[in-house]
Design a protein. Structure first.
Length: 526
């Protein structure tokens, strides 16, 4: 049987794979990337059994990097250097993972998600006799335009704009707040409540102004908001402190739109669909950069794990892979996906593993602290079963003498909607603007006192910004989790069973928790 198969199959493979496949995406020729190798054509019976060891070995750095390179090329379309939602770079990324998953025989669906976006048309600011150059002004997302001719009034300094008292006496005026201490959204809410005509936020560090977004749920009520540099902010304050009254004109013109972006979901054709093992990562970058680590690395990990799983004979439980839209503006894609599921469909997801930034250059290996032993989690507690997923992940590293640290479940990535819906979740991340402390340095080496990812949310998040050791190590640990749990999810279910009967769960030593430094609780940034 075996020898007959070996004779027949290469012939079959040769005849099928000879068919030319269209490997162009957005006009970019990716060569033979979507042509499955000959092993893919083997009938299930002739494929090797899925073992963690073999699956791990099949995942290679070269396999991961081919995706990083493709994403890099998409980010470069039209010279935009981004794969943010609504850009051609994002759409090309969608087409890529969809084509990839189809090439390896998965059931693939796209799900369109609608989300607001603010298109910037023009910006102008005059304060006293100083006329700003538009290039020195940045408009916030989710703000309305000023009236024709601009908003006119006196400018007031409101410190950091984190207390209602900061805004006393500024009604009808234009206010200047320093970045920091509370979120941009909180500053915007206080400015809105005061009834100011406009809000200007100056950076709290020298250099470029930094714009983010205000409350997405109240776009038309938000004050028109601009960012200026630290130096420009200090100059205005110096004049105000010298007793000058400064007539100000703030003119911003924007178009608030609702744009579509797609989630992509792929599932094995085989396996028990009532106990789905799921993993995912977000497909979009921020507007400021190409996002090859954030989250091109998670995107690549998911893609390569999907391909390599197809080498093996079918396992027991179905495996589902997801790439999320618009994570960077507040977990929009994953939240929409989870909220669209019926309770019965939610119940069929045995667990979800999140991969958001798995190749940070100055990495930590942060395993999400499902049992909250480190005490840093926010939001609803992780449902029973999540502790077991955490423990399995920790054991993988422990058994191989590899170091790891804990990291909190916050609202900082796509695990959140799953946890909120009572679905078991976990994940591993290598850090963003978290600063490497002495303990992390002892565990992982790298650069003490520097960000885990010095290019976090910046133009330099390119192919050069990937740590290959972390990339491959984490991808292989997830291969282990998929192989183990697609064969048997009962450890996860058993924990839920114990919890349901009010029985104590086995507890481990408390985790020491590292901060990933994602500036977000639902991504409202500071
Ligand atoms: C991206 O795809 C969406 C829908 O999938 C489409 O409506 C939109 O026009 C596309 N945008 C670009 C820039 O190609
Ligand atoms: C920092 O923000 C909090 C509210 O988020 C506020 O209570 C506190 O007074 C603020 N501190 C300063 C120095 O503005
Ligand atoms: C955003 O605005 C909505 C609608 O006005 C409000 O319910 C919500 O509390 C606001 N969010 C924040 C963080 O202020
Ligand atoms: C793990 O951390 C320990 C303690 O800091 C360190 O001595 C060891 O070298 C680390 N191991 C690896 C594989 O990096």
């Amino acid at each position: 049987m075996r020898s007959v198969g070996l004779v027949l199959i290469p012939a079959l493979a040769a005849s099928v794979s000879a068919a030319p496949s269209d490997a162009k995406i957005a006009g970019i020729d990716l060569g033979k990337i979507f042509d499955p190798p000959s092993w893919w054509w083997l009938p299930d019976l002739l494929k090797p059994k899925l073992t963690a060891k073999a699956y791990e070995k099949a995942v290679t750095i070269e396999g991961l990097l081919q995706h990083s390179r493709a994403l890099s090329r998409f980010a470069a379309i039209d010279g935009k250097n981004t794969r943010s939602f609504g850009t051609p770079g994002y759409n090309a990324s969608v087409e890529y993972v969809e084509k990839w998953a189809k090439a390896y025989g998965y059931d693939v669906t796209r799900q369109t998600v609608l989300y607001p976006a603010t298109e910037h048309l023009s910006q102008a600011l005059t304060v006293g006799d100083k006329v700003f150059s538009p290039a020195d002004l940045r408009i916030f997302q989710f703000v309305p335009s000023t009236p024709d001719g601009g908003a006119k009034g006196l400018i007031y300094h409101v410190n950091q704009g984190c207390n209602p008292s900061d805004f006393e006496g500024t009604q009808g005026g234009i206010v200047l707040a320093r970045r920091g201490n509370c979120t941009f959204v909180e500053k915007g809410e206080l400015a809105k409540a005061t009834g100011v005509q406009g809000l200007i936020i100056y950076n709290d560090v020298p250099g470029q102004p930094l714009a983010s977004r205000l409350n997405i749920s109240s776009i038309e009520q938000n004050p028109p908001t601009l960012a200026i540099s630290f130096e420009a902010g200090r100059e205005i304050i110096a004049k105000l402190e010298a007793g000058q009254e400064l007539q100000t004109t703030l003119d911003i013109q924007v178009k608030n739109l609702v744009r579509p972006a797609d989630n992509v979901i792929a599932q094995t054709k085989w396996g028990d669909k009532n106990n789905v093992v799921m993993l995912g990562g977000h497909l979009d970058s921020v507007p400021a950069g190409p996002g090859i680590n954030d989250d091109g690395s998670g995107t690549a990990g998911v893609a390569e794990l999907l391909k390599q799983l197809a080498r093996f004979r079918k396992s027991k439980n179905a495996v589902r892979f997801a790439w999320w839209a618009t994570e960077e503006v507040g977990l929009i894609g994953s939240r929409y996906y989870v909220e669209q599921l019926s309770q019965a469909e939610k119940d069929k997801i045995a667990l979800y593993i999140n991969l958001d930034m798995i190749a940070s250059p100055n990495y930590i290996i942060g395993i999400h602290d499902a049992d909250n032993s480190g005490g840093q989690n926010s939001g609803v507690p992780a449902p029973a079963g999540s502790n077991t997923l955490e423990a399995l992940t920790q054991d993988y590293y422990n058994d191989r003498g590899l170091n790891w640290t804990g990291t909190a479940f916050t609202a900082g990535s796509d695990y959140r909607p799953f946890l909120d819906a009572g679905i078991v979740a976990g994940g591993i991340a290598t850090g963003a603007s978290g600063v490497k402390n002495q303990r992390e340095f002892d565990l992982f080496g790298g650069e003490l006192g520097e960000w885990h990812d010095k290019c976090y949310h910046q133009p330099c998040d390119t192919l050069d910004n990937l740590n290959h050791d972390a990339f491959i190590r984490i991808s292989r640990s997830v291969a282990y989790l998929i192989a183990t749990l697609s064969a048997d999810v009962s450890p996860i279910k058993n924990e839920a069973g114990l919890a349901a009967r009010g029985l104590p769960l086995s507890r481990r030593a408390p985790d020491e928790v590292s901060s990933l430094g994602k500036n977000c609780a639902d991504h409202p940034e500071l």
